[in-house]
Design a protein around this ligand. Structure first.
Ligand code: ADP
Ligand code: MG
Length: 697
């Protein structure tokens, strides 16, 4: 008979078709899936804080009496009701604010009621408040029993309340408690590491039992956590290795390295390749010669010269009768790559074509026909290349520039664009440095090369933090630099979710600067402009017809104008450190002494100041990335690879680095033939049917 843990969720109370669908969205189909749905975090509701002791920023639980309640109207777009209540115990008063409420909730806040509330404390206009706390009615002043242990909080999805998911989970955890769960890992290995068995580890995390459990869990030091962290890291590593194995077993284009052509181009370049560039090029040639599909990640700091290496690598590909495709994350960057590649490759008789989203009608037909006929030997573009209507004649090599901006789905889509079932060689280029240990677990499927040297003659960029009050003198300085033939980037940033606002800010800055500096020619580029307009703005700046380029972060990667020597970034605190570093990399490329000016608001938090100080004090991309990882976490910094493609349930790549060796050891062990079924189980529990790992096109 089917084990209970394999059963579907419809047997559980509270799971109808609608809820089942929500659970499915979370990847939960069987009761065992539910057990592996571990708490996201825990809250300590074992004690009551006196209202007088509350601090802003704290998550706290209080018991207090409603002094009075009022419903206000607030104008904002359209008027909205807000419930504001004052609650007090004998130590102090706190406000509670509800922006959405129904009649029942309003009733809860009747004057004289005693409530137990849990929520985040904020300070607003000098008083403390809690916004939408979880509240429960107490029978007058009678204390209701408090939880004795930590309260788990589970990941959930829109329309599925925390309490609902808890009620559903409770049924499965009850069964776990009575029936246990079969062990999935080798017992010897568990004993050796002092790790608990699967059933009790799971039970502890869903239902911390003792004070001691709670303390250990709260500080991430519980053996149950250790076990699952290692297990999860190992599962991801195994999945990546499996993907690698699958890719590497595929047939691949035979590309014979041709040194003659490459030497010719290298000689035609106005510079010598750096030692690091030559080394990486040699890695790529070795991959081509190996007869197996290349899957290589090349990391090189901003300005290290990745583009020319990619261009050189295309030569043996076209020479062997295959096409190469380069994917850029933005149109601006694609356009720039196109210009460079044409300049380098066309004199050698190689056909270069760019394909953008904006190419429509006849123009598009013409280009896709060239791609289909093979006349286009090197194709450069954005996501437009992924569209189903684009057929390559014989695609042999794909380059992904700044890959952390591409989802794996897109990569896979392009891989499907090959005939003869051949797996094209893949080169992924990024400026984001990945700490060595971390690279081992998140890029286990990729080979790794580094361009660890900048071309000679790069000038260090002097970075300073300048406050809003000094804007006038900054504008003066810009005027002087431009009068002396210099050029300036002026970058406007706003919260990332709102591209529209960002563009608006850039437009406003553009208007103001035009008024303040009538003697200068000023350009504007942002994401809402037509590709043709963007291109024209960048071109004008490149050719020196505009002195200042006001831009949004669209210019973050790739834009290359060596004469520009000043980079001004407004509100840099809104950006990640790696992003600021990328932007700063736009200057310091030419003969002029270069400056990066971080224009900040007067009221900058201590943390924000500290972060900007890191940028100011170093230009070492590695040091910056390490700090950025510490501050923001891996998902933010490394992009989709963590957030979309590889989201961890319990492991944290930054925090759990000390477990990498054990995870590697476990993964290695599970690769042995005698653990085939255990391996399958491990992958099933942690990776499930996540398509990204298993589908290699
Ligand atoms: P990134 O690695 O950030 O993509 P790019 O490939 O855009 O850097 O190169 C930055 C600039 O450096 C370009 O103008 C490029 O032509 C130039 N460059 C590349 N390699 C060298 C080199 N070996 N010597 C001098 N300049 C170089
Ligand atoms: Mg680049």
């Amino acid at each position: 008979m089917e084990h209970w843990s394999e059963q579907g969720l419809r047997y559980l109370k509270g799971v109808g078709p609608r809820v089942a669908e929500k659970l499915q969205k979370l990847g939960l189909k069987t009761q065992r899936d539910l057990l592996f749905h571990l708490p996201l975090r825990y809250e300590d509701r074992t004690f009551i804080s006196p209202v007088g002791s509350l601090q802003p920023g704290q998550r706290a639980q209080i018991e207090a009496e409603v002094l009075h309640t009022g419903v206000h109207f607030r104008r904002q777009g359209r008027s909205r009701r807000v419930l504001v209540a004052k609650l007090a115990d004998n130590t102090g008063v706190v406000a509670v604010r509800l922006f959405y409420f129904n009649a029942n909730q309003q009733k809860l806040f009747e004057k004289g009621n005693w409530l137990r509330c849990f929520g985040e404390v904020r300070s607003a206009q000098g008083e403390l408040e809690m916004i939408h706390p979880e509240c429960e009615l107490l029978v007058s002043e009678q204390p209701a029993p408090l939880p004795q242990t930590l309260t788990p909080i589970y990941p959930t999805t829109e329309g599925l309340h925390q309490l609902s998911i808890k009620r559903i989970l409770a049924q499965v955890i009850d069964k776990l408690q009575t029936d246990g769960l079969a062990e999935t890992l080798p017992q010897d290995w568990l004993d050796q590491n002092d790790f608990p068995d699967i059933g009790s580890a799971m039970l502890r995390l869903h239902r911390p039992e003792s004070k001691r459990d709670s303390e250990l869990i709260a500080s991430n030091r519980h053996p149950a956590q250790f076990r699952f962290i290692v297990e999860e890291l190992a599962a991801h590593r195994l999945a990546l290795l499996e993907r690698r194995r699958q890719i590497r077993s595929r047939k691949t284009p035979a590309i014979s390295p041709d040194d003659g052509l490459r030497d010719k181009l290298a000689h035609a370049l106005p510079f010598e390749l750096t030692g690091a560039q030559q080394r990486v090029l040699a890695d790529l040639m070795r991959d081509f010669a190996s007869g197996k599909p290349m899957i290589r990640l090349v990391q090189g700091d901003v300005g290290s010269g990745k583009t020319v290496v990619a261009a050189l690598a295309c030569l043996p590909v076209t020479e062997s009768g295959y096409q190469a495709a380069l994917m850029a994350p933005t149109e601006i960057l694609a356009e720039q790559h196109y210009q460079n590649f044409r300049q380098w490759l066309e004199p050698l008789g190689i056909g270069v074509v760019n394909l953008m989203g904006a190419d429509k009608g006849k123009k598009r037909e013409h280009k896709t026909a060239m791609i289909e006929s093979g006349e286009a030997q090197v194709v450069i573009g954005t996501h437009a290349l992924f569209q189903a209507s684009v057929e390559f004649k014989r695609l042999g090599f794909i380059i992904f520039d700044e890959q952390h901006r591409f989802g794996v789905d897109q990569r896979l889509a392009l891989q499907r664009k090959t005939r003869d079932d051949e797996m094209p060689h893949q080169l992924i280029m990024t400026a984001t440095p990945i700490p060595r240990t971390m690279a081992m677990s998140i890029y286990a499927d990729l080979d790794y090369s580094q361009i660890d040297e900048l071309p000679p003659g790069r000038k260090p960029v002097t970075t300073s933090i300048v406050s809003e009050q000094q804007r006038a003198s900054l504008i003066q300085r810009v005027a002087e630099s431009c009068a002396g033939g210099g050029q300036v980037y002026w970058v406007c940033t706003l919260i990332e979710e709102s591209e529209a606002l960002q563009c608006e800010a850039a437009e406003m800055t553009y208007e103001t600067l035009c008024q303040q500096l009538p003697q200068l020619s000023i350009g504007l580029v942002h994401g809402r402009m037509k590709p043709k307009q963007k291109e024209a703005a960048i071109m004008a700046f490149k050719q020196g017809t505009t002195h200042i380029l006001v831009a949004t972060t669209v210019i973050e990667v790739g834009v290359d104008v060596p004469n520009a020597s000043i980079m001004i970034i407004e509100n840099p605190e809104r950006l990640g450190l790696a992003q600021i570093h990328q932007l700063r990399g736009r200057v310091g490329r030419g003969a002029r002494e270069s400056f990066c000016i971080l224009l900040v608001k007067n009221s900058l938090s201590e943390l924000a100041r500290k972060r900007l100080e890191i940028i100011r004090s170093t230009q070492d991309g590695f040091a910056i990335a390490e700090k950025d990882l510490e501050i923001r976490g891996a998902g933010e910094v490394l992009g989709t690879r963590q957030t979309g493609e590889m989201s961890f349930r319990i492991a944290d790549l930054m925090r759990d680095q000390k477990w990498f060796p054990q995870a590697e050891e476990l993964a290695k062990m599970m690769q042995q033939p005698e653990y085939t079924s255990e391996r399958a189980e491990l992958l099933r529990n942690w990776i499930g049917e996540r398509q990204d790992y298993t589908d290699v096109g």
